[in-house]
Design a protein around this ligand. Structure first.
Ligand code: FES
Ligand code: FE2
Length: 462
């Protein structure tokens, strides 16, 4: 699948014997047009986002039956809901389901809130004409439709979205309308096992925040998949971790990131009996003592940074195409990189804190996290402006320091080109998430009017 020559591999394989993938050693970035073309973005939606397993949330956020959370990824609004038992019945175990957030009547969103619970009624009621759906997606009530000839309630349930919940409670969805999505554990071989290194049950959801960027979703993934930029762009992170040891290890549709924590070697300076730092008479000694004091201050800062990140070595994972799961000891947090258009992206962060953690420690961790994320955000904003300017078209990637970028961009390239070939062969767009045919006579009119925007096969412009 990936072309040779292969890069020399000198990377940890992790404590478990999970597959490690080698990447090409000599490659350029994808062309800059892939960061701004709306048509290319639409193709990515069909080729990648509508048929990949996408990380969403953690099961611990659905403590009660009937609780739901709504999301939107790449223009697909959906919600995840914990099934509620019918009155007088009990469920053997918690069940999480997901549905497209579109009423089967006239497509109004059924779940209006970001988070909620169906309550005693056990149903979600559409705010347009009042159709009601239970937590299994079945249509329970369609006002005044009872006497409409041929109307079949059972054929008008919500469109289901495939879900997979890992043993550690990580919730993934897949929008493909096919009844058989790709097998999760074949896509992410070794992922479930590897995530068991972290004790997710010791943590509880704390808060979320978002950053709204004027850049393509890949701009953030590019930065996420390497730490080549860390010494220049993340001074705080560079104090907490030994950046030269930073490695990205491609697995099976995901990558594990590794770095050693910076050792904290705080050696107290010589002190005067009164407690003040000693200063000797000569200029050289005085200067030496001054530099020493600075070094101590720096080391104290390192110690602080180390404490912020915690004692745990870290379990940092990129899950193709658009997510990061980052586990430290004080907290773990997730990042959903949500494409909105070719040049708009929302970064959605969810933070889960260690149960019983000291509030001050947690606030320091969140400051640390937000500082690093803001630095990445600023890099993306400025880079995207140049990607659109039409001067820069492509650049060279470092075979080792940017192997994670090569790995994920290769996956994007392969999926996009493959899907494009399929569409060319079929003579029309192929939308795996679409629930019905899009080649009616009425669609043909739209196709003709918009030269492919409504189901046509106009060639892409790259
Ligand atoms: S759109 Fe939902 S009831 Fe009409
Ligand atoms: Fe970064």
């Amino acid at each position: 699948m990936l072309a040779s020559p292969l890069a020399p591999v000198d990377v940890p394989t992790g404590p478990k014997d999970v597959p490690t993938v080698q990447v090409r050693s000599n490659t350029n970035t994808l062309p800059s047009s892939w960061w701004s073309s709306e048509r290319l973005y639409e193709l990515e939606r069909r080729a990648i986002f509508s048929q990949s397993w996408l990380f969403v949330t953690h099961a611990s956020r659905f403590e009660k039956e009937g609780t739901y959370s709504s999301f939107e990824i790449a223009g697909y609004p959906f919600f995840v809901i914990r099934e509620k038992a019918a009155p007088g019945q009990e469920l053997q175990k918690p069940v999480l389901r997901a549905f497209h957030n579109a009423c089967r009547h006239r497509a109004y969103p059924v779940a209006k809130k970001k988070e909620g619970n169906v309550g005693m009624s056990g149903v979600l009621s559409c705010g347009y004409h009042g159709w009601c759906y239970d937590t299994r997606g079945a249509l329970r009530k369609a006002p005044q439709f009872d006497n409409v000839p041929g109307f079949d309630k059972s054929a008008n349930g919500l469109f289901p979205v495939h879900t997979h919940v890992t043993a550690t409670g990580l919730v993934f969805v897949n929008f493909t309308a096919s009844p058989e999505p790709p097998a999760f554990n074949e896509v992410f071989r070794g992922f479930e096992e590897e995530m068991k290194e972290f004790e997710f049950s010791d943590y509880e959801y704390r808060e979320s925040y978002e950053l709204h960027g004027d850049f393509n979703w890949k701009a953030l993934m590019d930065g996420y998949q390497e730490c080549y930029h860390c010494p220049t762009a993340h001074p705080g992170l560079s104090k907490a971790f030994a950046i030269p040891t930073y490695k990205v290890v491609p697995r099976s549709n995901y990558c594990r990131h590794f770095a050693d924590q910076r050792p904290a070697r705080v050696v107290p300076p010589p002190k005067r009996p009164g407690g003040e730092r000693q200063r000797s008479g000569s200029i050289t000694e005085w200067l030496g003592s001054f530099i020493f004091a600075e070094k101590v201050a720096e080391q104290e800062a390192l110690e602080k940074a180390k404490n912020v990140a915690g004692e745990f070595d870290g379990l940092w994972v990129y899950a193709f195409p658009n997510s990061g799961i980052n586990c430290y000891s004080p907290a773990w947090y997730t990042l959903r990189v949500v494409p909105v258009s070719a040049t708009k992206t929302i970064l959605e962060y969810d933070i889960y804190q260690k149960k019983g953690i000291d509030e001050q420690e947690m606030l320091e961790f969140i400051d640390f996290l937000k500082q690093v994320e803001q630095e990445d955000f600023d890099l993306c904003q400025a880079t995207q402006r140049n990607l659109r300017a039409g001067v820069y078209t492509s650049g060279v990637l470092h075979p080792e320091k940017e192997n994670g970028v090569i790995y994920y961009q290769d996956m994007v390239r392969e999926k996009v080109l493959q899907h494009h070939e399929m569409e060319k062969a079929a003579g029309k767009e192929i939308s795996p998430a679409s629930s019905g045919p899009r080649d009616s006579a009425e669609d043909e009119v739209c196709k003709a009017l918009e030269s492919g925007r409504c189901g046509g096969s106009r060639d892409l412009e790259w």
